[in-house]
Design a protein around this ligand. Structure first.
Ligand code: FEO
Length: 173
């Protein structure tokens, strides 16, 4: 059974994962609008992965006898200064998510809720990848420095990204 502070914090993280999906859909829409369909593809897949993350929390909360309580999802931005600014925002967002997962892990450890710390371990590892990938794209966009040729070259590569469902974590299905 779960309850109290930990249940609340897991629900808060569920909301953050749903917001992440919403944010990446907004970023996809921005790229679509700019005719950068490869970048839009990348962001749409990113949004699907965030929905998978949210589903993991949803399932886990039920698995441990908790209650899912959905809150409002904040409105994401519509416009961004440049493709580079989008990925700088994405990186900053992922860093915020990492901090939030760490705080949640601290709470699970403080409450000796071992099932939750095991469940969260998947997210700790995932966040390393999330930050790494966003950082790599930021660096590549800095290198091309808004040259249209460079941008279209990266756009073509981004079009190749395919959705792969997230592997199950130990405590969630
Ligand atoms: Fe669900 Fe990108 O963190």
């Amino acid at each position: 059974m779960i309850g109290g502070k930990l249940e609340k914090a897991l629900n808060k993280q569920l909301n953050m994962e749903l917001f992440s999906a919403y944010l990446y859909v907004a970023m996809a829409a921005f790229f679509e609008h700019k005719g950068l369909n490869g970048f839009a593809n990348w962001m749409r897949i990113q949004a699907r992965e965030e929905m998978d993350h949210a589903t993991k929390f949803y399932t886990y909360i039920h698995d441990v006898g908790g209650r899912v309580e959905l809150e409002a999802i904040a409105k994401p931005p519509v416009d961004f200064k440049s493709p580079l600014a989008v990925f700088e925002d994405a990186l900053a967002h992922e860093q915020t998510v990492t901090k939030s997962i760490y705080k949640l892990m601290d709470l699970a450890l403080a409450e000796s809720h071992h099932a939750t710390s095991t469940f969260l371990q998947w997210f700790v590892t995932e966040q390393v990848e999330e930050e790494k990938v966003a950082d790599e794209i930021v660096k590549r966009l800095q290198l091309v420095d808004s040259s249209p040729e460079g941008l279209f070259m990266i756009d073509r590569e981004m079009a190749l990204r395919q959705y792969t469902p997230a592997a199950d974590s130990a405590a969630a299905t």
